[in-house]
Design a protein around this ligand. Structure first.
Ligand SMILES: Nc1ncccc1[N+](=O)[O-]
Length: 240
């Protein structure tokens, strides 16, 4: 998978060379390119933003640099352009799984009051476009969201996580939150590991974990259990 990032703060995406994504780069699983949007400006001040038509506070990112960057990067029908924006669709594990099937992602990171709408309209004519939000809060820009989405997507790529098994029982994979986990020592701080987990009875352990996952989900995320108004009747997969 090739990943390109368009940003006015390229240093913000430096972590892409570390931890999980870094390993994937070395192994050739992903090909990462971070681009400073100002590469596609031509004035002395390398201007990327201007005041909003219609008035209002703040600045809007101009369309020309993005248009030239998409052209230079060869954005086409084989590309998925991800605009990270608070007005986007919510980022979920399901969307991560969908993006993990794409051959190329180009992240367009907004800043200030956002990107001129014509950039998005133009991109929709030449590529697949997803406007994605990390959550219902306002960050200063889309770089943090691009990093988070990258990590969630890249770790799903076949052959990326050393132990593919660890991808199976995770929060949000089976529609429920993950059960509590324990490791040695058997007693710590006067607290014992639940005996069932040390019973060696895999059936009992699985049942206990399923119950813990359902209880935790009911307490913290009842929305994951209640059929939503948008429910099309597809049953929610249960954690194994
Ligand atoms: N929440 C956000 N705030 C600003 C820019 C991008 C954002 N996001 O979630 O992608």
């Amino acid at each position: 998978m090739r990943l390109d990032y368009l940003t006015i703060f390229p240093d913000y995406l430096a972590p892409l060379g570390l931890s999980l994504p870094g390993k994937a780069v070395e192994s050739g699983l992903i090909d990462v390119h971070v681009h400073d949007l100002r590469e596609w400006t031509h004035d002395r001040h390398r201007t990327v933003d201007d005041t909003p038509y219609g008035g209002g506070a703040g600045m809007v990112l101009k369309p020309e640099p993005f248009g030239e960057a998409f052209e230079a990067l060869g954005v086409d029908e084989h590309t998925t352009v991800v605009f990270t924006t608070p007005s986007g669709e919510p980022f979920t594990q399901r969307l991560a799984e969908e993006l993990a099937t794409r051959q190329r992602l180009v992240f367009a990171c907004g800043r200030y009051e956002g990107i001129d709408q014509r950039v998005i309209d133009h991109a929709r004519e030449v590529a697949e476009v997803r406007e994605v939000s990390l959550g219902d809060y306002v960050l200063n820009g889309g770089e943090v969201a691009a990093l988070a989405i990258t990590e969630a997507v890249v770790r799903l790529l076949p052959g990326f996580m050393g132990n593919a098994e660890s991808l199976v029982e995770e929060s949000h994979t089976g529609g429920l939150l993950e059960y509590p986990v324990y490791t040695k020592p058997p007693v710590w701080d006067g607290r014992e590991v639940p005996m069932v987990l040390r019973s060696g009875d895999h059936g009992l352990v699985a049942a206990w974990r399923q119950e813990q996952a359902r209880r935790r989900t009911a307490e913290r995320r009842p929305d994951l259990l209640a059929p939503s108004a948008l429910d099309d009747g597809t049953p929610i997969e249960r954690a194994v």
